[in-house]
Design a protein around this ligand. Structure first.
Ligand code: AMP
Ligand code: GLY
Length: 429
């Protein structure tokens, strides 16, 4: 079958690479893609939110399956657009409709969803600009640190953790009154701080049944030792030592099952990924957030561990036939390092020539912000590459990933040197 992946990041390159392995995949298109996806499929210069052009492409190229990588087209209703068009409605889609994507698109919706369905999460209360005084009063009752979250999509930047009530009041005013995150912060959640260690859990569901993919740990801060500003993710590790089978059983029973049952009870037909960001608080899982897609860079660590045919899984998901699918994963460890432009997540320069790009035997190099200017592959974004190393142990996988990363160069290249180090030295929580 002909397949279209929507998106242009490292996650989409990893998906393209894995999809292309499947004997079920004929032609593979990526819209808009990057210099890496061009190596495994055909890039089409259509933005991920240009639904009309995506629909025309699907008709012209006889696309039978669409995989939506990023959240924005999901929240904007790409599935709803295709389903409402008689010429497009039979195309299989991995990714929820607008209603399901609210799990990521509105933190207030997802919080209420968790509360309605008895899913463990931090206590929170939402306020809009007309309720500023009430928000101040509520903050006066909170014990710092205090977590403030923009309700809408803010490209991973909408969460601010304040260390005092005074700071929290200043921040919430900036978010609500000065619209620090635009429309996304027209409503803000004030949330209790959860003290623990984070884990990313990935569920593929057809709305009734589900498979849980290998878990991962993400490293969000820019600097070694988890310091500095938040980024889209500076690295990922899978598997995760503290995600023991008894902990994962709790995640399945207390989070995954009630989430799927809640969606079904609320008549939200959900076919796609649910990425549960959770905190392990003394051995109990608490949901920090849902995403309606896979993680980046977690996908680049997780997919290389999956032995099953991804296209088979995707078709079953979209057709509501996941019940008959088994997930086969290997026991290897993956370590992924994000290679970024100097200055990221702030300002950075583009157009730097990248050297040392070939894949090695135990490593994979996934592209994100790259461009082929016909002479060279050059940087074209803040997040440029993700290097994944595999090995029989975390130690081996780290060594493979870092040895590979050292061979890559461009002017201003930066990456964290400590991805997975905390887990190597993990002594329990
Ligand atoms: P989010 O955008 O919801 O993933 O939040 C970004 C980051 O903020 C998370 O990865 C956590 O590190 C942190 N965070 C969010 N909510 C909480 C919370 N309730 N307690 C502690 N940390 C949090
Ligand atoms: N790595 C975190 C995310 O994809 O949201």
């Amino acid at each position: 079958m002909n397949i279209l992946i929507i998106g242009n990041g490292g996650r989409e390159h990893a998906m393209a690479w894995k999809i292309k392995e499947s004997p079920l995949c004929d032609k593979l298109f990526i819209a808009p893609g990057n210099a890496g996806t061009a190596l495994v499929g055909q890039n089409v210069n259509i933005g991920s939110e240009d639904f009309y052009a995506l629909g025309e492409l699907c008709k012209k190229e006889n696309i039978e399956l669409i995989v939506v990588g990023p959240e924005a087209p999901l929240v904007k209703g790409v599935r709803d657009y295709f389903e409402s068009n008689p010429w497009l409605k039979d195309i299989l889609i991995v990714g929820p409709g607008k209603a399901g994507a609210q799990l990521e698109g509105s933190k207030d919706f997802s919080k209420q969803f968790m509360l309605r369905n008895g899913i463990p999460t931090a206590k929170a209360k939402a306020f809009s600009v007309s309720e500023l005084e009430g928000a101040f009063e509520y903050i006066s009752t909170c014990k710092p640190p205090i977590v403030l979250k923009a309700d809408g999509l803010a490209a991973g930047k909408g969460v601010i953790i304040s260390l005092s009530q005074a700071e929290a009041k200043a921040v919430i005013k900036d978010m609500l009154v000065n619209k620090k995150f635009g429309e996304a912060s027209s409503k803000v959640l004030i949330e209790e701080f959860l003290n623990g260690i984070e884990l990313s859990v990935f569920v593929l569901t057809d709305g009734k049944d589900y498979v849980i993919l290998p878990e991962a740990k993400d490293y969000k801060r820019i600097g070694d030792g988890d310091i500095g500003p938040n980024t889209g993710g500076m690295g990922a590790v899978s598997p995760v030592v503290f995600a023991t089978s008894s902990f994962m059983q709790k995640v399945e029973d207390l989070v995954v099952k009630p989430t799927i049952a809640g969606l079904s009870r609320e008549a939200i037909d959900y076919k796609g990924f649910i990425f549960v960001g959770l905190m392990n608080v003394g051995g109990s899982p608490f949901v920090i957030e849902y995403n309606a897609r896979m993680g980046d860079p977690e996908t680049q660590a997780v997919l290389p561990r999956i032995k099953s045919d991804l296209v088979e899984l995707f078709v079953a998901t979209a057709k509501g036939e996941l019940k008959h699918q088994n997930l086969e994963i290997d026991n290897d460890h993956s370590v992924t390092i994000a290679l970024v432009s100097g200055g990221y997540p702030g300002d950075y320069e583009k157009g730097k020539v990248i050297s040392g790009l070939d894949n090695g035997s135990k490593t994979l190099v996934f592209h994100a912000g790259t461009k082929d200017n016909t002479k060279d592959i050059v940087t074209d974004g803040g997040r440029v590459l993700a290097v994944t190393g595999k090995g029989k142990s975390l130690h081996e996988a780290r060594a493979a990933a870092y040895t590979r990363a050292e061979k890559i160069g461009w002017d201003g290249l930066y990456y964290r040197k400590d991805i997975g180090l905390d887990l190597l030295n993990y002594k329990g929580i």
